[in-house]
Design a protein around this ligand. Structure first.
Ligand SMILES: Nc1ncnc2c1ncn2[C@@H]1O[C@H](COP(=O)(O)OP(=O)(O)OP(=O)(O)O)[C@@H](O)[C@H]1O
Ligand SMILES: [Mg+2]
Length: 328
């Protein structure tokens, strides 16, 4: 998975320092003044922040944290141009939350933002899990982890369910070897590689407790809450809108009812479940249309999802006490 790098703002190139940021920006004399509206404009971050707001429903606290980080980095960048060198902000992060709450999506936006602000050269995201880092036999882990780190250089290494790197049940586990390499690179290459660890909050907390070295290298913890019913509904409508579909009034009511029920079922995965339900609706919509080949269909017909296209809550198994999703 990768995000296309965007060109940085034009200007005289400063010598490449180990700080990474500001390499593309002009130096400023001490008597100069700056205007941050212009700085924001030049960096292009407003587009990314606007996309974050417009394309992602809810996530208020996550969006606020990202704005705060963007402010810090923008000011840091301008300070550098005045020659006010301070240590580069630590950018390694941890995203916690249940499946489908938007962690990977926000990771992609974050990579783009860091590239726009000059903190990453490429701004791509490499998504990985334990198996991408840890080998099965002796001697496999180091080359595997290093290869992945090389691929991620200049961008974000996004490790899903990072706690699986550490296995308490086995002494002969190579996960620890991967963690050691990761720790070293997070320190030595921090000018051009950002690591984001993702997963459930409780497991991540336990992982940090048994790996204090990792905990101390992560500066930003962003917790993603489960979506409320109304948010899931809005996410669904937004997804449809982006694909030029919409729900008829009846379909809207059926979809809402379906979500209310589905949220309480096992394997509910927030926005991912919404996406999957809508993929199925699209399939049913297409088949309903093709089932009546002699009829003429309008453009609007091809956009409108009807109630019969939506899986109804009656199609779901009954909710039992034990299957109700536990709050995380
Ligand atoms: N707030 C949101 N608004 C609109 N779409 C969203 C939102 N959150 C997630 N999505 C969409 O839902 C899908 C799942 O999101 P994503 O893959 O980012 O979740 P995740 O937290 O990484 O899940 P997992 O833990 O399973 O990897 C994506 O298609 C994404 O675009
Ligand atoms: Mg993900």
């Amino acid at each position: 998975m990768s995000a296309a790098p965007r060109p940085g703002p034009r200007g005289r190139r400063l010598p490449k320092t180990d700080r990474g940021a500001g390499q593309w920006a002009e130096q400023l004399p001490p008597e100069a003044t700056v205007n941050f509206a212009a700085e924001r404009e030049a960096s292009g971050i407003d587009d990314t922040l606007a996309a974050l707001d417009g394309e992602l429903v809810g996530l208020g606290p996550v969006k606020s944290r990202i704005r705060e980080m963007a402010a810090l980095l923008l000011v840091d960048r301008v300070r550098q141009r005045f020659g006010l060198l301070s240590t580069r902000p630590n950018l390694h992060m941890c995203f916690t939350g249940a499946p489908g709450v938007g962690k990977t999506t926000v990771g992609l936006r974050m990579a783009e933002l860091l590239q726009q602000l000059g903190y990453l050269d490429k701004g791509h995201l490499v998504a990985a899990m334990r198996n991408d880092l840890v080998g099965e036999y002796i001697g496999q882990t180091a080359p595997k982890t290093k290869k992945l780190l090389d691929q991620a250089k200049g961008g974000v290494l996004f490790i899903d369910e990072a706690y699986y790197l550490h296995r308490t049940d086995s002494e002969k586990d190579y996960g620890q070897e991967a963690i050691e390499i990761l720790l070293q690179v997070m320190e030595n290459e921090r000018h051009n590689l950002v690591v984001i660890l993702a997963g459930y909050k409780d497991r991540m907390d336990a992982f940090f407790e048994s790996n204090p070295g990792m905990s101390s290298r992560i500066a930003h913890h962003l917790d993603f809450a489960n979506y409320e019913l109304e948010e899931l509904d809005s996410i669904g409508r937004l997804m449809l809108e982006q694909e030029f579909y919409y729900l008829s009034q009846d379909a809207g009511a059926t979809f809402h009812e379906y979500l209310a029920r589905r949220m309480r079922q096992p394997r509910f995965a927030n926005a991912r479940t919404v996406r999957n339900a809508l993929e199925r609706a699209r399939l049913r919509h297409a088949n309903r249309i093709l089932a009546d080949p002699d009829r003429t269909w309008s453009r609007d017909d091809l956009m409108r999802i009807e109630a019969v296209d939506i899986l109804t809550s009656r199609d779901l198994p009954p909710t039992t006490e034990s299957s109700v999703r536990k709050p995380s």
